[in-house]
Design a protein around this ligand. Structure first.
Ligand SMILES: [Zn+2]
Ligand SMILES: [Zn+2]
Ligand SMILES: [Zn+2]
Length: 250
């Protein structure tokens, strides 16, 4: 890890023409930097009381993406209703390290709710198990559960609800996979700047999901095609929208 960071900084400072001056200061503090990197793999607050209304709840869970926590899992869920694709790091007391989970794994039956700013839909049944769903975001592929809003129907307008939640559906008919707008935009920028292929981009997402067992991440070649298709569709829709707008205004 430290080598990767130093290599990155080295390339940056070589480009800036200031390599030796800046890199020396990092080499002088290499052991300290390593220590700080290892420190973040544990947390002395784990196991202490969470302090939320549940008097027995202890701090077990923190966020890999925004630095939230640690708190109990329920507090994590409450704090991430608007950012459900952040990875939860849950302390495993037996193994002695944090294990990364999707938010839906924190509570049995928990689903990401659409249509009510992350809050459960008042019209859907409490026992509704939701839909098993793949959400592809810039931080990896999430195997999760989504509960669609049933306030104006039976929740069959999945594509519309996904688009309103800034998720691009992989198909228009009963989608069970969607891409966040962020990941579509990231692919677009990387493709423009470095001509990254869809295959390589999906490989990167696989590693972001699990860099140790990347081959086990459930991403098939089909996803490559779907990702490319979603990206092309989004760009096509955006450009046709823009040309309609400019046509209307001219
Ligand atoms: Zn977070
Ligand atoms: Zn709590
Ligand atoms: Zn609703």
């Amino acid at each position: 890890m430290i080598c990767v960071l130093l290599n990155f900084l080295c390339s940056y400072y070589i480009l800036a023409g200031q390599a030796s001056e800046h890199l020396e200061s990092f080499r002088d503090h290499e052991q300290e930097l390593l220590g700080w990197l290892f420190d973040r793999h544990a947390d002395s607050a784990v196991g202490t009381l969470c302090g939320c209304p549940n008097p027995a709840a202890t701090k077990t869970t923190r966020c890999y993406d925004c630095g939230y926590g640690p708190t109990c899992s329920e507090c994590f869920i409450k704090a991430h209703q608007s950012s459900p694709t952040h990875w939860a790091e849950v302390w495993d007391a037996d193994k002695g390290f944090f294990i990364r989970h999707d938010i839906s794994a924190l509570r049995s039956g928990y689903c990401i709710s659409l249509g009510h700013s992350g809050l459960p839909c008042p019209s859907s049944l409490a026992e509704d198990p939701g839909v098993f769903f793949h959400i592809v975001d810039t931080n990896g592929v999430h195997c999760t559960r989504i509960r669609f809003c049933c306030c104006s129907g039976d929740g069959s307008n999945r594509a519309e609800q996904l688009m309103k939640a800034r998720l691009f559906p992989a198909t228009m008919r009963r989608p069970t996979m969607a891409f966040t707008w962020h990941v579509c935009h990231l692919f677009h920028i990387l493709h423009l700047e470095s001509k990254i292929s869809t295959h390589d981009f999906i490989g990167s997402l696989r590693r972001l999901t699990d860099n140790t067992f990347a081959q086990d991440v459930p991403v098939s070649f089909l996803l490559c095609i779907v990702c490319r298709h979603a990206h092309d569709c989004r760009i096509h829709l955006l450009s046709s929208g823009l040309s309609c707008e400019s046509g209307a205004s001219s």
